[in-house]
Design a binder for this molecule. Structure first.
Ligand SMILES: Cc1cc2nc3c(=O)[nH]c(=O)nc-3n(C[C@H](O)[C@H](O)[C@H](O)COP(=O)(O)O)c2cc1C
Length: 325
C-alpha cells in the first residue's frame, strides 16, 4: 500500500489528467497521480474508450484509477477488473496502487444519475459501495468526497468515519460543498475536522495554488498529504516549487520560454499517445493555460485554437518564442 504520508498528489481531473499530463506532473515532482474518472457503468457495457482511460504505462506509477457510479455490484465489478488488469479494453497489465471512488463530482449530469457527490446524500448506499469495492478490489480503495452536499448538510466528518469503517484505506477531501461547485474558496476547517476524526491517511484538497498554500494547508489542517488540481493547470512547476519549499531549497520560477517549451513537449506527448486528430483539439486548452499571464499571448491563443496539426502548433509557438527575445 502506498504510504500517503507527505505526498504531493495530482488530483483527478476529467479531460485533463491523461497520461501526458501525469507524466509531466511526475517529471516535476508529483509523488502520486490519479487518473481521469472511469465510468463503472460504461465498463459493464464493455465500452472501448473507457478502457483507454484506465491504461497505465510503465513510467506512470504510482497511480490511482478513479471510478464513478452508484450501483454497488457494478462498482465492485469495476474495482475487481481494474485492480487486476483484467478489463478487456485496457491493454496494459501494469496495476494501479489504488482504486479511488469518486464521491465528490458536482457536475449535473453525474449527480442527476446518482453518482459523484450525490452519494454524500445517501450515506448508507455510499457505505455499501465502499464495502463492496473493498471486498472485490485487489488494491486498497480510497474515497474522494466534498464537505457535504450544501451548507445545510455538511456531513464530511460523518462521511469520513463511514468511509473508514467501510474499509477505505485513505480519503481525499475537497473543502467545498457540491452546491459551491468550484467557488468561493474552499473551507479548510472541514478538512481539519475530518483529519481529527479518522485514523486513516487524509489527503487535503482545494485551492492549493502555490507552495505556500500547500504548507499552509498542512499546518492548518494536519493532513497527511496534499492534492493539487487547478493549480497544476499549465503549471506542473507547482510540484517542484512545493518540493523545494518543503526541503528548504530555493526555487526559481519558470521563464516564459520554459513554459512555451513545456507546452510543446506536452502537445507532443499527447500526439504520440492519441494521434494528432484527437490530441491537437485537446491540447489547445493546455497550451492556453501554459501561456496564461505571458506578455502578448492573446493572438497566440487565438491562432492555437485554429491549429489542426502539431506542425502548426510548433510554428505558432516558435514564432512567439522568438518574438519574446
Ligand atoms: C476540469 C476538472 C475536472 C475534474 N474532474 C474530476 C474527476 O474526474 N474526479 C474528481 O474526483 N474530481 C475532479 N475534479 C475536482 C478536482 O479533483 C479537485 O477536487 C478540485 O478541482 C479542487 O481542487 P483544486 O482547488 O486544487 O482545483 C475536477 C476538477 C476540474 C477543474
Amino acid at each position: 500500500m502506498i504510504d500517503f504520508k507527505n505526498k504531493i498528489i495530482l488530483a483527478p481531473m476529467a479531460g485533463v489528467t491523461d497520461y501526458a499530463f501525469r507524466k509531466i506532473a511526475r517529471e516535476y515532482g508529483a509523488d502520486f497521480c490519479v487518473s481521469e474518472m472511469v465510468s463503472a457503468k460504461a465498463m459493464e457495457f464493455n465500452d472501448k474508450k473507457t478502457g483507454t482511460l484506465a491504461e497505465i504505462r510503465e513510467d506512470d506509477t504510482p497511480i490511482g484509477i478513479q471510478i464513478f457510479g452508484h450501483e454497488p455490484r457494478c462498482m465492485a465489478n469495476a474495482s475487481y477488473l481494474l485492480s487486476r488488469g483484467l478489463y478487456e479494453h485496457t491493454k496494459s497489465k501494469i496495476l494501479p496502487e489504488t482504486i479511488d471512488i469518486n464521491m465528490g463530482c458536482p457536475v449535473k449530469k453525474i449527480v442527476s444519475a446518482g453518482d459523484g457527490s450525490a452519494l454524500m446524500r445517501d450515506i448508507d448506499l455510499a457505505s455499501e459501495i465502499i464495502k463492496e469495492c473493498v471486498k472485490a478490489s485487489n488494491a486498497p480503495v480510497t474515497v474522494k468526497f466534498r464537505a457535504g452536499w450544501d451548507k445545510e448538510s455538511i456531513n464530511c466528518v460523518e462521511f469520513a468515519k463511514m468511509a473508514e469503517d467501510s474499509g477505505a484505506s485513505a480519503i481525499a477531501i475537497h473543502g467545498r460543498t457540491r452546491a459551491q461547485m468550484y467557488e468561493p474558496s474552499a473551507n479548510w476547517d472541514y478538512i481539519k475536522a475530518v483529519k481529527k476524526a479518522v485514523k486513516i491517511p487524509v489527503i487535503g484538497n482545494g485551492d492549493i495554488n502555490s507552495a505556500n498554500d500547500a504548507i499552509r494547508m498542512i499546518e492548518k489542517t494536519g493532513v497527511d498529504s496534499v492534492m493539487i488540481g487547478r493549480g497544476a493547470l499549465g503549471n506542473p512547476f507547482i510540484f517542484k516549487e512545493i518540493k523545494a519549499k518543503m526541503q528548504g531549497e530555493s526555487y526559481i520560477s519558470p521563464t516564459a520560454k520554459e513554459k512555451i517549451n513545456l507546452a510543446l513537449y506536452h502537445t507532443r506527448l499527447m500526439v504520440e499517445e492519441k494521434g494528432e486528430k484527437t490530441a491537437i483539439p485537446e491540447a489547445r486548452k493546455h497550451i492556453s493555460w501554459y501561456l496564461r499571464g505571458l506578455k502578448g499571448n492573446a493572438p497566440v491563443r487565438v491562432a492555437i485554437n485554429h491549429a489542426l496539426t502539431y506542425k502548426e502548433v510548433e510554428e505558432i509557438l516558435n514564432d512567439y518564442y522568438s518574438a519574446l527575445d
